[in-house]
Design a protein around this ligand. Structure first.
Ligand code: SF4
Length: 193
C-alpha cells in the first residue's frame, strides 16, 4: 500500500464475513454494538479463532454504501443506541481499507457524540504509520479504542482485556492541542476478573 492512492471510496467493493447488529461481546465493555467482520486476512496467525475469515474469496460482496446503510439502519433499533466494532479478517488490508475508512468517517461524522468506535487490526502501529497512506492514521484517530498487532499464540492470555495475546497493544484516541492522536494505554489496563 506504500505511497499508493486509495481508490474512490464510494465505488469500492469488498467482502464481509458477518455482521452482528446486536453484539454484547465485542463492545469493549461499553454495551451493545454493531460488529462488522471483514472477510480476508493476510496475517494468518497460528491459533487464530477466526480462520474462516482468512480467504479473500469467501464472504458476502458488498459496497461501501450498502454497508453504511445497514449500519445506519440498525444503529438505534428498538431505541437502543449502538457502538460500532470493526473486526476481521483484516479491516486495514488493501482489499478492505477503503470500506473501513469510509464507514468510520461517516459513522464518526453522524454519531460521535452518541456512539463509540472500536477496531481490531493485526498490523502494528509502526506498519500503519510507515507503510500506509497518511489518511489511514488520520481516520484511525476517530476510533475510540484501537487494538493492534498480530495474535501470538505463545503469548496468549485469556485474562487480557480487549486482546488475546500480551504482545497486542491498545490505543485510545484523545483530543490534543494539535488535533486527535492515539495514546498507547496497554500498560494501564487491568486484567479481566
Ligand atoms: S490478524 Fe486477526 S483475523 Fe488475522 S489471522 Fe491474526 S488473529 Fe486471525
Amino acid at each position: 500500500m506504500e505511497g499508493s492512492k486509495l481508490m474512490d471510496r464510494d465505488e469500492k467493493i469488498f467482502r464481509i464475513a458477518y455482521i452482528d447488529n446486536n453484539d454484547y461481546v465485542n463492545g469493549c465493555d461499553e454495551g451493545l454494538c454493531i460488529s462488522i467482520w471483514f472477510q480476508g486476512c493476510p496475517h494468518k496467525c497460528p491459533g487464530c479463532h477466526n480462520s474462516h475469515t482468512w480467504n479473500f474469496d469467501d464472504g458476502i460482496v458488498m459496497t461501501n454504501e450498502q454497508l453504511l446503510e445497514s449500519i445506519f439502519t440498525h444503529h438505534h433499533d428498538n431505541g437502543i443506541l449502538r457502538n460500532l466494532s470493526v473486526l476481521g479478517g483484516e479491516p486495514l488490508c488493501k482489499e478492505n481499507v477503503n470500506a473501513t475508512l469510509f464507514i468510520i468517517d461517516k459513522f464518526y461524522e453522524k454519531y460521535h457524540d452518541l456512539s463509540k468506535i472500536f477496531l481490531w487490526t493485526g498490523y502494528t502501529m509502526e506498519e500503519i504509520k510507515n507503510t500506509m497512506p497518511k489518511e489511514v492514521l488520520k481516520t484511525l484517530t476517530k476510533v475510540d479504542l484501537l487494538i493492534t498487532d498480530r495474535f501470538e499464540i505463545n503469548k496468549m492470555n485469556r485474562l487480557l482485556r480487549f486482546r488475546g495475546s500480551s504482545n497486542q497493544r491498545v490505543w485510545k484516541s484523545k483530543k490534543g492541542f494539535f488535533g486527535r492522536k492515539l495514546i498507547n494505554i496497554t500498560e494501564t489496563l487491568t486484567n479481566i476478573d
